[in-house]
Write a protein of this length. Structure first.
Length: 190
């Protein structure tokens, strides 16, 4: 029954797929959100060890430079560097504004790992009036063509969840300390 169900999903995706020429102009996956906190706070939550630990993963190490690694682990009892560690390499950096990274290693057993390893993401922050920040994430190297019809909703849902967790961390930080820069991680500026 399961192979039949999967075949049905694939056939439905093929039937609903736009023609190839319509998809070629936009292979990037893009998601944006407006966060109720200042850009320097959001930057710190995204790019420092303590910032990441406060909302994304209980373990993190960050070498914030081009070529540097960002390693995260979802298990507080795990060990950074073990097969469950997610490893990304920073490939571009514009401090306080934007960075790009390539996912080099997904955690062992992660669903769709082979489809996301080697993909890269551009994250940009834009200050907005009222102490708000627009965050934009563009995913590249992900599925194209008819496969995009199946993967894009997963990407969108995943980023919506990430943005929601990030917004909650921003709100907590603003409430706690008025939006201390660097996500409350002044010692880890890199």
């Amino acid at each position: 029954m399961r192979p039949l169900m999967i075949s049905g999903i694939v056939l439905a995706a093929l039937a609903l797929a736009p023609p190839p020429h319509a998809m070629a102009e936009s292979d990037a996956y893009v998601r944006e959100a407006v966060l109720a906190g200042p850009t320097d706070l959001v930057w710190g939550l995204l790019t420092t060890e303590n910032g990441i630990r406060s909302w994304l993963a209980p373990q993190a190490s960050v070498d914030l430079k081009v070529g540097g690694l960002v390693r995260t682990h979802q298990d507080a009892d795990g060990r950074l560097g073990d097969p469950q560690t997610a490893v990304s390499r920073i490939i571009a950096l514009k401090p306080e504004n934007a960075f790009s990274f390539r996912l080099e290693q997904a955690p062992k057993g992660y669903p769709l790992a082979s489809m996301i390893e080697g993909t890269w993401y551009e994250v940009a922050l834009q200050p907005l009036p009222g102490g708000k920040t627009r965050i934009r994430c563009e995913g590249n190297g992900l599925a194209t063509g008819w496969m995009a019809n199946m993967i894009r909703p997963v990407f969108n849902q995943g980023l919506d969840m990430v943005f929601d967790h990030l917004q909650k961390a921003v709100a907590r930080r603003v409430e706690q300390d008025g939006g201390d820069k660097r996500g409350g991680d002044a010692k880890n500026k890199s």
